[in-house]
Design a protein around this ligand. Structure first.
Ligand code: PMV
Length: 356
């Protein structure tokens, strides 16, 4: 593990009175997809995402000093051994960067704002949550002097080690992960606010096509790219799309934005369909919704498009200015194609929020 961020100088006595805080951390939706990695969770191409607002993990933390690391984990106020093991693994791994972990007892109670079956990336929200909590503790025990930007980078770095896309959930609005623009890095994400005002508050309504989420696990998914016949072309395409999207964002060009965002979604699914083993994650209603979105866009000129994650649900993205029109379309044309008519309305949000 790269240890550029390792805390050298800290004083555990500073936790003598304990510490309590709450972390609210959002999920995010990638417009340029991260699909394929190498080394220690390093991305094969740069990715860009919109940070969501309503889909988040919220966790309360009670920290005390202790002679060894202890974890009392609850999910929705109930013990949950499966999740506890994951959290424990994350904290133990993080001890290289946050050595005070060996000297604390952590009590946490976590919940997600979105249903488990929605296919919203809970690992992005939760890993961003745990990483941000560690930074919050560090701020108390450290004898070093760092600014807020340093802690955002460090949280993003640590979140990335838990789940690549989680690195982007730390930041408000949009985030970039992977060496590309000035200041960007393979190791952590950075905020992206170089976009025209038309994209401010962009909406994402998630059409739940299937609540039996048929997704490919992240580890298995990224591994599909190792021997993929189109891998080289994909990584080149992703970088080209990334650059074109940056320009479209900056110039307020929604048509180019829509073309690239949709092409990224279909490319992700195309890659999965062409992998060995092959996965078809779209359902008939995924395609039906996609076709209806495109038809509606042509007929009305509404600034609307779609993207997909590694599952059958459709993320319907539209500009704030067209929110009313887009929501009417969703109610009339999309809802009936969703499992239990479920559509989760979300929009661009503010990144991680910590409250003491
Ligand atoms: O962060 P991971 O390892 O769960 O991978 C995320 C992959 C996609 O969600 C398909 C794309 C992305 O960039 O978020």
């Amino acid at each position: 593990m790269s240890t550029n961020f390792t805390l050298i100088d800290f004083d555990i006595d500073k936790l003598d009175n304990g510490l309590e805080f709450t972390v609210k951390s959002p999920s995010n939706i990638a417009l340029i997809k991260y699909w394929g990695k190498y080394g220690e969770q390093l991305p094969s191409n740069p990715s860009l995402s919109v940070t969501l607002n309503n889909a988040y993990t919220q966790t309360t933390y009670k920290i005390q000093r202790s002679s060894e690391f202890e974890l009392d984990f609850k999910f929705e106020s109930k013990p949950n051994d499966k999740f506890k093991q994951r959290v424990e693994k994350f904290f133990k791994r993080a001890a290289v960067v946050f050595p005070f972990i060996e000297n604390i007892k952590v009590e946490m109670d976590s919940h997600n704002s979105f249903p488990h079956s929605s296919g919203i990336a809970s690992s992005a929200a939760s890993m961003a949550n745990f990483a941000s909590a560690l930074c919050e503790i560090e701020k108390v025990v450290t004898n070093e002097d760092h600014d807020e930007e340093y802690y955002l980078m460090k949280a993003s770095f640590m979140a990335r080690l838990g789940s690549g896309s989680a690195s982007r959930s730390i930041y408000p609005k949009m985030a970039i992960w992977g060496k590309s623009v000035l200041g960007s890095s393979q190791d952590y994400a950075i905020v992206h606010d170089q976009f025209d005002e038309i994209f401010e508050g962009i909406c994402d309504s998630i059409a739940i096509v299937s609540s039996k989420e048929k997704s490919v696990s992240s580890t298995a998914g990224h591994a599909l790219m190792n021997e993929h016949p189109f891998a080289k072309t994909r990584f080149m395409n992703a970088s080209n799309n990334f650059n074109k999207l940056l320009f479209a964002l900056k110039t307020g060009d929604f048509n180019t934005f829509a073309k690239i965002v949709e092409s990224e979604a279909l490319e992700l699914h195309g890659l999965m369909m062409n992998s060995d083993p092959s996965f078809i994650l779209m359902e008939p209603n995924t395609l039906e919704i996609i076709n209806r979105i495109r038809e509606f866009r042509v007929q009305t000129n509404c600034a609307i498009c779609f993207t997909l994650d590694a599952g059958p649900n459709v993320h319907i993205m539209y500009l704030k200015k067209d929110e009313k029109q887009a929501k009417e379309f969703i109610d009339q044309e999309v809802k009936s194609l969703c499992a239990d008519s479920l559509v989760i309305h979300d929009h661009m949000g503010n990144g991680v929020i910590v409250e003491r």
